[in-house]
Design a protein around this ligand. Structure first.
Ligand code: FAD
Length: 308
């Protein structure tokens, strides 16, 4: 075995040589006052890291339409950080979806994460478009483009979308979304970087040149995240499960293992040349703050977004 000790690792370069990273943070709209307090606390701690944008998800079937709009407006006005609103086609006509897009436009929100969404019966059930609705995400991207000059992100799946019949169909679908006018793809969570790197290679081979930003899900609660991953078709490798085994009642060790696992993942991606990362925060800031620090990112402005 030979060990290349001289190999330069991008994550270990000094501040002047390190490539500039673009970070974005995903939140979900809070349901209760207590959850809303946590949302703002986390947002105010992450905003000084100067993310490219903070995005807010759209609940199944448009159930959070008003809350998503309220949160993105308030993020933009109170923190000065650019906000992106997620939007799905589920259970709504084109006119209804277009009205939501125009509402964002009037509110000065010019970034949208455009998704098909999942049926109300749950992830994995066949998707039936609304009779007068957008049929899928590519169709939605086209609709948004007709309304205005939005920055549009779409979803990509390093392990293939669970409903995709083949790799070819999956990559073709991503290409259709980008050709319809999306600016970048953000991936579903994945825990083995090789899945992401292979996916990017497939996409490039198919002529896709747009950024494919890895979606990073820190495992702050192993039981919860592994259930969620399974529903989304993301594989939890055995070696990660083994690291968390038996820590159900040991939150301190669990938190340390979670940060080590996530650190390993993001540092390896940066060493592989990744310069854009999207974090699924679950409305929590601690782990993401620590990861940003490991990536050499320091607060650039004071709390609430004011330049410091
Ligand atoms: P699409 O790209 O439209 O396609 C999904 C599947 O349908 C693919 O398998 C594709 O092959 C197939 N397909 C699409 N069009 C065709 C066609 N014409 N012919 C044949 N097959 C086709 N969900 C929410 O409800 N709210 C959110 O806020 C949200 N945010 C997300 C953020 C990210 C970063 C990601 C990765 C996912 C998010 N999701 C969200 C989940 C997403 O809605 C689901 O994964 C959904 O099942 C697929 O959405 P999509 O936009 O990828 O769909």
């Amino acid at each position: 075995m030979t060990i290349d000790l001289d190999h330069e690792r991008a994550s270990r370069l000094g501040p002047d040589q390190r490539p500039k990273l673009e970070l974005s943070f995903e939140f979900f709209p809070p349901k209760t006052d207590a959850m809303e307090a946590r949302f703002w606390d986390s947002l105010n701690r992450l905003a000084p890291l100067n993310p490219r944008f903070v995005s807010v998800t759209y609940g199944a079937g448009g159930s959070t339409r008003e809350r998503t709009l309220r949160m993105v407006r308030q993020i933009k006005s109170d923190s000065g950080v650019d906000a992106a609103a997620h939007l799905t086609c589920v259970g709504a006509s084109r006119d209804e979806v277009d009205a939501v897009v125009r509402g964002y436009q009037v509110a000065g929100i010019n970034r949208i994460v455009a998704l098909r969404g999942d049926p109300p019966e749950g992830i994995g059930q066949p998707f039936q478009p609304h009779p007068d609705g957008y049929r899928n995400a590519a169709d939605l991207v086209g609709g948004i483009r007709r309304i205005g000059d939005f920055d549009i992100s779409v979803a990509a799946y390093p392990e293939r979308h669970p409903q995709s019949p083949s790799w070819e169909a999956d990559i073709d679908n991503l290409k259709r979304k980008l050709d319809a006018g999306a600016n970048r793809a953000i991936t579903q969570m994945f825990f083995d970087n090789r899945d992401y790197l292979r996916f990017v290679e497939r996409a490039r081979r198919a002529g896709i040149t747009a950024p494919i930003v890895p979606g990073i899900q820190p495992i702050d609660n192993f039981a919860q995240i592994s259930r969620f991953a399974q529903r989304c078709g993301a594989r939890m490798p055995d070696w990660i499960a083994e690291r968390f085994e038996g820590l159900e009642n040991d939150p301190d060790t669990h938190a340390l293992v979670a940060s080590a696992v996530a650190a390993e993942q993001v540092l390896e991606l940066v060493d592989e040349g990744v310069t854009e990362l999207h974090f699924f925060t679950q409305n929590r800031s601690n782990l993401v703050l620590a990861l940003a620090r490991l990536l050499g990112r320091r607060p650039e402005r004071g709390e609430g977004g004011a330049a410091s």
